[in-house]
Design a binder for this molecule. Structure first.
Ligand SMILES: NC(=O)c1ccc[n+]([C@@H]2O[C@H](COP(=O)([O-])OP(=O)(O)OC[C@H]3O[C@@H](n4cnc5c(N)ncnc54)[C@H](OP(=O)(O)O)[C@@H]3O)[C@@H](O)[C@H]2O)c1
Length: 683
């Protein structure tokens, strides 16, 4: 699980030949404007030494490094990461390159200070944190103003109540550099636009003020209304504004732009007075307080004798060397990134690379590969010529291509290859299209097992089955389905009619294997008999609900479970595979379920029952004894059946995905499974 406070492994051994024990040996990646400022700041502190610089051009690195003769110049970023003398890396490339180099630096065991914004969007940040957390290194987003005493003072003044109750924050950071469509600030492919480049400052300021007002490090807006201008040439936001609403009805008006002149100050309005910050970002102005009704202006003092970037370097050194909490926690960074995403969403602004038809890259920009430590288990189905991962990933969680790609990528790295799609998952077909786009982006059609579902009620008839199937293949951009599953049954239609049309598609090579979802076992028997009697390919799987918790009431109309003992026997006797949906009973085996929690109606109405809470108590008890999570117990229970059993999973994020994977590491004994299912009293 990602620790969102960003704590890192202090025991990590790193070489220390040339700096003092408390001084970090720095390497800089990307030798542009801010890299120079940072390198110069290192000259003003004893807690850091520049030992290496890396550019994509060796000549440029040598020129840059001439002023720091002790620093080795590299003509590629990777060479710097391979240098064992480098202890910490400052990443100063344009934003779209941040993720790749953070991940590679983490893999090389370096601590990382990465320029803001940490990534292009929040899901990419999630992917980055996941890798960094595993690597056990420190990572902080480089918001220099956040580490400066002035900003700490602002938060203190707000927290201590000098302004009374906080009502409104006004904050802006913008500049007008004229039209420069190819430069970093405006080029679409370089992450140009105001919101990401400097809008992240007023957003973060509003969040820390709203947080301080409640005695917290930060708060996230509950509502964001935004507008902006998208450039005719580059498509990026050249100026934009937003109104934010925080808990307690604290409002903020924020503005940004790369083609906009602005005051670039901050005003915080409270019931007892107003605080004006004349230079909030470069911290070389004043903090002015004016009490309500008074004409007098009080200058609030604080001590800040050092250059601005030195505070950031010192804060990072304290984080790495002394184990202090990072000034900007991972949760804070993620909250800011989510808020920036929401602001962009208000403008309907996506970068080209984020569009539904783009090749959104892997987080490390490498081709997607199964990792050497993948722990997936596999099963087989007659007709499918590849092993099929026991966990089958849903394809409709999360909203867009980047958000889905990050889950799909991680699933494949962990050995997953089976994906569940359905005609009905999105009214406009976007769920299938997005998945198809990802398959093409990663060039994995031959490796993945694609389940195509269709013919859901009221389109459950042979004509609509074929129509939807063709539409699904078209949306997916594929010529065949590895497994076709009828989503529902229509008992008014003789089963043979369905078996016939599916077999026609098997003959053309468009379907390799098939099955039925939410069919009664009697109807499946009829289909088996019909196929047998007519020399046709029989169904090889069903896809009905199965979880450790009993489905008390059908989750949706006409949904069927195979949880009952007779159904389990039926499956075992025929060795028919089941692809279990809602295999985690909608999160019943987490703290989402409790008698008083009724917000998730589907969860409470379908799974709340005395016997299920007893199963949950037993799953918790067994999990504690085994040192695993209750969801691992519940997941393992479904996979370890006496018939081929697969689980459909629908994680919302990487953390949930890894929780699902934990089920694969576990073997339950028959006695444990019987006890979990209340078949025995004692274990
Ligand atoms: N905290 C602050 O005060 C502050 C101020 C300015 C910028 N920033 C942040 O720092 C980052 C860099 O900004 P900057 O103003 O320093 O940018 P810059 O002057 O354009 O420099 C960026 C450097 O990144 C490298 N780079 C790698 N891939 C690139 C590509 N495809 N196109 C162009 N350059 C590429 C280049 O270095 P090589 O040629 O040496 O490889 C380039 O010199 C941005 O994320 C920005 O938000 C922060």
């Amino acid at each position: 699980m990602v620790k969102m406070n960003g704590s890192c492994d202090m025991s990590r051994k790193l070489f220390l030949p040339m700096s003092t024990p408390s001084s970090l040996r720095w390497g800089i990646i990307g030798l542009g404007a801010i890299a120079k400022t940072f390198a110069e700041a290192l000259d003003h502190t004893s807690v850091g030494t520049l030992v290496a610089v890396a550019s994509r051009s060796l000549d440029k690195a040598r020129d840059f490094g001439a002023r720091w003769p002790q620093a080795v110049a590299y003509g590629s970023y990777q060479e710097l990461l391979d240098d064992e003398n480098v202890e910490a890396v400052y990443i100063a490339t344009p934003h779209p390159q941040h993720a790749e180099w953070v991940v590679k630096a983490a893999e090389a065991g370096k601590h990382i200070l990465c320029e803001k914004p940490i990534t292009l969007n929040a899901v990419e940040a999630e992917g980055v944190f996941h890798v960094v957390q595993r690597a056990g290194v420190c990572l902080m987003e480089a918001f220099m103003y956040r580490c400066h005493p002035q900003t700490l003072k602002i938060a203190e003044v707000v927290r201590d109540g000098k302004l009374g109750d906080i009502r409104l924050v006004e904050a802006g950071f913008a500049f007008d550099q004229g039209p420069k469509p190819e430069g970093r600030h405006q080029a679409n492919e370089l992450g140009g636009g105001g919101i990401l480049d400097v809008g992240c400052y007023p957003m973060s300021m509003a969040r820390i003020v709203a947080g301080a007002a409640k005695g917290q490090a930060f708060a996230d807006p509950v509502e964001i209304k935004g507008l902006g201008h998208l450039d005719e040439v580059t498509g990026v936001d050249t100026w934009a504004a937003a109104v934010l609403k925080f808990p307690g009805d604290i409002l903020a008006q924020i503005a940004t732009g790369v083609r906009l002149n602005h005051r670039n100050d901050v005003r915080i309005y409270g019931g007892a007075g107003t605080l004006t910050v004349t230079s909030p970002w470069f911290c070389n102005g004043e903090l002015l307080f004016q009490a309500r009704g008074s004409t007098e202006v009080e200058k609030i003092a604080y001590d800040a004798p050092k250059p601005l970037y030195v505070y950031e370097i010192e804060a990072f050194a304290a984080y790495v060397k002394e184990g202090k909490a990072p000034v900007i926690s991972w949760a804070d960074t993620l909250g800011n990134m989510c808020s920036l995403d929401r602001w962009r969403q208000e403008l309907s602004f996506l970068y080209q690379i984020e569009l539904p038809t783009s090749n959104w890259p892997t987080v490390d920009r490498r081709p997607l590969r199964r990792s050497a430590t993948a722990r997936m288990a596999y099963g087989e189905l007659e007709g499918v010529k590849k092993p099929i991962s026991k966990l089958i990933l849903g394809t409709m969680m999360r909203p867009n291509l980047p958000a889905r790609s990050i889950l799909f990528d991680e699933f494949v790295r962990e050995g997953g290859n089976a994906f569940d799609t359905a005609w009905i998952y999105s009214a406009d077909g976007s769920a299938e299209r997005t998945f198809g786009q990802w398959v093409r982006n990663r060039d994995v059609r031959d490796e993945v097992v694609v389940i195509v579902k269709g013919a859901h009620t009221p389109s459950c008839d042979p004509v609509n089955l074929e129509r939807q199937f063709e539409q699904s293949l078209d949306r997916l951009g594929m010529v065949s389905a590895d497994i076709y599953v009828m989503h529902r049954d229509n008992t008014e239609i003789p089963v043979g009619e369905f078996v016939d049309v599916i077999n026609r598609r098997i003959k053309t090579g468009e379907i390799n294997a098939y099955g039925f979802s939410n069919w009664t076992l009697e109807r499946v028997d009829e289909a088996l008999e019909y196929a047998g009697a007519n020399g046709l390919v029989p169904p090889v799987c069903i896809s009905n609900q199965l979880s450790l918790a009993r489905m008390v009431k059908a989750l949706w109309v006409d949904c069927l479970s195979v949880g009952a003992p007779e159904a389990q026997e039926w499956l075992a006797k025929r060795q028919m595979a089941n692809l279990a949906w809602s295999s985690q009973a909608r999160g019943f085996f987490t703290d989402r379920s409790a008698l008083h929690l009724k917000e998730d109606k589907l969860l409470s109405e379908s799974f709340y029952a005395e016997d299920n809470f007893e199963r949950k108590a037993r799953a918790y008890e067994l999990a504690a004894a085994k040192g695993v999570l209750p969801v691992h117990i519940a997941g393992s229970y479904v996979l370890q059946r006496s018939f081929p059993s697969f689980s459909l999973i629908g994680p919302q994020n990487l953390h949930e995905l890894h929780s699902n994977l934990g089920a694969l590491d576990l073997t339950l004994t028959p006695a444990e499974m019987a006890w979990l299912n209340l078949e025995t009293e004692k274990l």
